[in-house]
Structure formats: structure tokens, C-alpha cells
Design a protein around this ligand. Structure first.
Ligand code: AMP
Length: 398
């Protein structure tokens, strides 16, 4: 069965068509600038050429119509008709406490996702537009919702509660939710496979280090803690997000700079992280790594602070789980940068970690980068959120 995986943003839409039985990618692409001048679709059939076409898209329904046209195109398409798409899997950012697992989309599910809009005002409404557009164009095709937050719903109360008046949890559900759950779930399962061990017997720490970055602790097959919170702003220093800070800083900066809370929050989301720490140089870790090797002050302080924060979380989660069997690195930076993995692991001598430099230099495969005598395993596992969504969708509709 072919599964169409849709990841809908406010003005963009990423898609992949995946054969659920062979788990092979059939085609993928991206619609950009939906509802804005200059919209375009890029489309790549597996093993074929990437094409980019300017095409007006006034809304997400137009975008999905173009996606379906591309997939069924006589010359470059990959399926003869829409009947060959067995189900659609939608990435949904926030499921709140309503969803601890993926689910088939019904009218009731749509209403429950809408209830979470306040918690992810930039993402959930866009995700819902994607669902509505698919419903209109493929009314008979089953759809599944796969939530970024669901994997973390197993966290115990002591991990998800903040130290604020309990009535705010009671009234507004202010708590830690965590994100990147599809990636943390996929990577921790792959880790167990790579180690040839039972998932339920392991203590795993997953470091998802991309432009957005988060760490999770997975004990005996269940997430027990994660670094992102009510929103994705908490936790690690990220590409442009600050991560953890003293909340009093917000009022302090409002007073000093004469800015509103909204303005400061926007800076914490969009102008902070490694972009902010490097004095506005770049949010791209590749640029910063290059500058680090040239001993540029701004890059040295930025990369040092980034690596330190990750190591600190690994230490905290080792304590939370009373040990760790494997630490996994994934996402753009985690998968590709031996330099950052080395820098983080330099803090972890107490875990008996010994990296194998040759293995740490490899890319693109699930690999153990430690020597045989290393007391704790360190793994690199390329994440594949689309495949994870396709797997979940297939399991639900099959
Ligand atoms: P993601 O959000 O997972 O797509 O990751 C994006 C981040 O990964 C960007 O900041 C990239 O600079 C970083 N990245 C990708 N490739 C590399 C690489 N070879 N070395 C260092 N960072 C990389």
C-alpha cells in the first residue's frame, strides 16, 4: 500500500509517497509560498530528476491538487490514479493530552486537534488545513494523524509538571509536552534494533540536534523526560531558539529595551540560539563549525555553549533513568557532525565512553561510533520522520 505523508506548514507543504510494505520512497516534494506571490512546487520521483515549477497556489487545497497532479502525471508521475494511494498520514504538531498515540482521523479527532490550537497557534491550524484539503480532494481515502507530542505522553507527572501553581495545570493544561516525538520514537526503536536488544530492556537518550533541537530519555520503551516544554522554546540552545532561561529575563529585557513581551518572545524564538550567541553570524551549524576551526571568538563561545548544554541534559537524563545504555545522535547536526558529537562526548568520560574516530567520521547509516570496550554505546541514527509517519499510518489502516 502506498502512503502519502503530508507535513503542512502555514505557507508550505512537504510530501512523500512511500510504499508501506517495502518502505521505499516513491516520490517526494515541497510546495512553497502557498497563498503568497511566487508559489512553486518541487517534485522528485525516486531515482528521477528534480523539477521545480512556478504555479499559483491560493491555498493548501490548490497545493494538494498540484501534488496529486504531479504524482499522477503521465510522463513524470509515479502512480496511474489516486486509487493507488491507500492512505494519507498527516504530521500534527500538538495533540495536547488528548492523544497519546497516532489515530485515524474522524470528525471527532479533528475537533480534538482544534482544541489544541492554542498550544501551537502557528502549526496546528496549518495541519488542520492540510487535513481539510485532503478530505475535499480524496474523500474516500483513510487518513491518520501522527502527533509530535504523542510519544512523550508516557512522561510521569514529576517530569511534566512545572513548579508553578497547580491551578494553571488544572485550568489551562500548562505542562511539559515535548516535541520531535516521531523522531525520538523512530530513533530509539532503531537503536534497539542496531544493538540487537529488546527495546523494553534499554535506557536510551536521544539527542535530536537540528535547527530545532531536543533530548529525550527513553526507559524500558517509554519516554520518561524530554527537553522541550509547553512549546518548542525550552531546552537546548537551538538554531534560533534560546532554550532554557530564567523567566525573569523577559521582564528585565522588556524594561531595559522598552519592548513588549511579544517582541522579546519573538526574539527568543527567532533571533536567539546559536544565531543570537554568534552575534547574528549564522543559525547554520556548518558555518559556525568552519569559524570554530578558524578560532573565531564568536564561534568558539557559541559551539562551546551549545555542546555544554547538550552534555548537561545527557547528565540529567542519566540520573533520571539511573544509568544509560545508549546515547543516540540524529537530525541535521547530530547525524552529520562528528565534530559536535566528539565535543559533547568529551564531557561524558564518567560513562566510560570511548569514541572510535573512524566510525565517528562516517555518514548516512545507522552506526555504533564507540569502540568495543566502551562502557556506554553511542549511536548515530539518521532520523526518518516521514517513514515513521508512513509506518504508523499503515499500521492503523491495515
Ligand atoms: P535539520 O533541522 O534536522 O534539517 O538540521 C539543520 C541543521 O543541521 C543546520 O543547522 C545545518 O547546519 C546542520 N547540518 C547539516 N549538515 C551538517 C554538517 N555536515 N555539519 C554540521 N552541521 C550540519
Amino acid at each position: 500500500m502506498n502512503i502519502l505523508v503530508i507535513n503542512c506548514g502555514s505557507s508550505s507543504l512537504k510530501f512523500q509517497l512511500i510504499d508501506a510494505q517495502t518502505e521505499k520512497l516513491i516520490a517526494k516534494g515541497l510546495c512553497e509560498r502557498i497563498g503568497i506571490d511566487g508559489s512553486r512546487i518541487s517534485y522528485t520521483p525516486a531515482g528521477g530528476e528534480k523539477t521545480e515549477t512556478a504555479a499559483p497556489m491560493k491555498d493548501h487545497t490548490d497545493a494538494i491538487r498540484l501534488v496529486l497532479d504531479a504524482l499522477t502525471n503521465e510522463k513524470t508521475g509515479v502512480v496511474k490514479s489516486l486509487d493507488e494511494i491507500g492512505a494519507v498520514g498527516h504530521r500534527i504538531v500538538h495533540g495536547g493530552e488528548n492523544f497519546a498515540a497516532s489515530t485515524i482521523i474522524t470528525d471527532e479527532v479533528i475537533r480534538a486537534i482544534e482544541e489544541c490550537n492554542d498550544l501551537a497557534p502557528l502549526h496546528n491550524p496549518a495541519n488542520l488545513i492540510g487535513i481539510a484539503a485532503c478530505k475535499e480532494l480524496m474523500p474516500e481515502t483513510p487518513m491518520a494523524a501522527v502527533f509530535d507530542t504523542a510519544f512523550h505522553q508516557t512522561m510521569p507527572e514529576e517530569a511534566y509538571l512545572y513548579g508553578i501553581p497547580y491551578e494553571y495545570y488544572d485550568k489551562y493544561k500548562v505542562r511539559r509536552y515535548g516535541f520531535h516525538g516521531t523522531s525520538h520514537s523512530y530513533v530509539s526503536h532503531q537503536a534497539a534494533k542496531l544493538l540487537g536488544r529488546n527495546y523494553e530492556d534499554l535506557k536510551i537518550i536521544v539527542c535530536h540536534l537540528g535547527n530545532g533541537a531536543s533530548v529525550s530519555a527513553v526507559k524500558n520503551g517509554k519516554c520518561v523526560d524530554t527537553s522541550m516544554g509547553l512549546t518548542p522554546l525550552e531546552g537546548l540552545i537551538m538554531g534560533t531558539r534560546s532554550g532554557d532561561l530564567d523567566p525573569a529575563i523577559i521582564e528585565y529585557l522588556c524594561n531595559k529595551e522598552g519592548k513588549s513581551v511579544g517582541e522579546i518572545l519573538s526574539e527568543l524564538n527567532k533571533k536567539s540560539g546559536v544565531l543570537g550567541l554568534s552575534g547574528g553570524f549564522s543559525s547554520d551549524f556548518r558555518d559556525l563549525e568552519d569559524e570554530f576551526h578558524k578560532d573565531s571568538d564568536f564561534a568558539v563561545r557559541t559551539m562551546n555553549a551549545f555542546a555544554y548544554r547538550v552534555a548537561k541534559y545527557i547528565g540529567a537524563y542519566t540520573a533520571a533513568m539511573n544509568g544509560v545504555d545508549a546515547i543516540c545522535f540524529t537530525a541535521g547536526l547530530g547525524e552529520n557532525s562528528g565534530f559536535i558529537r566528539d565535543k559533547i562526548c568529551a564531557y561524558l568520560g564518567y560513562l566510560g565512553i570511548v569514541l572510535d574516530p573512524e566510525a565517528n567520521g562516517k555518514r548516512g547509516e545507522d552506526i555504533d561510533i564507540t569502540t568495543p570496550d566502551s562502557r556506554t554505546r553511542v549511536l548515530v541514527i539518521p532520523t526518518n520522520e516521514e517513514l515513521a509517519i508512513a509506518r504508523e499510518t499503515y499500521a492503523l489502516v491495515n
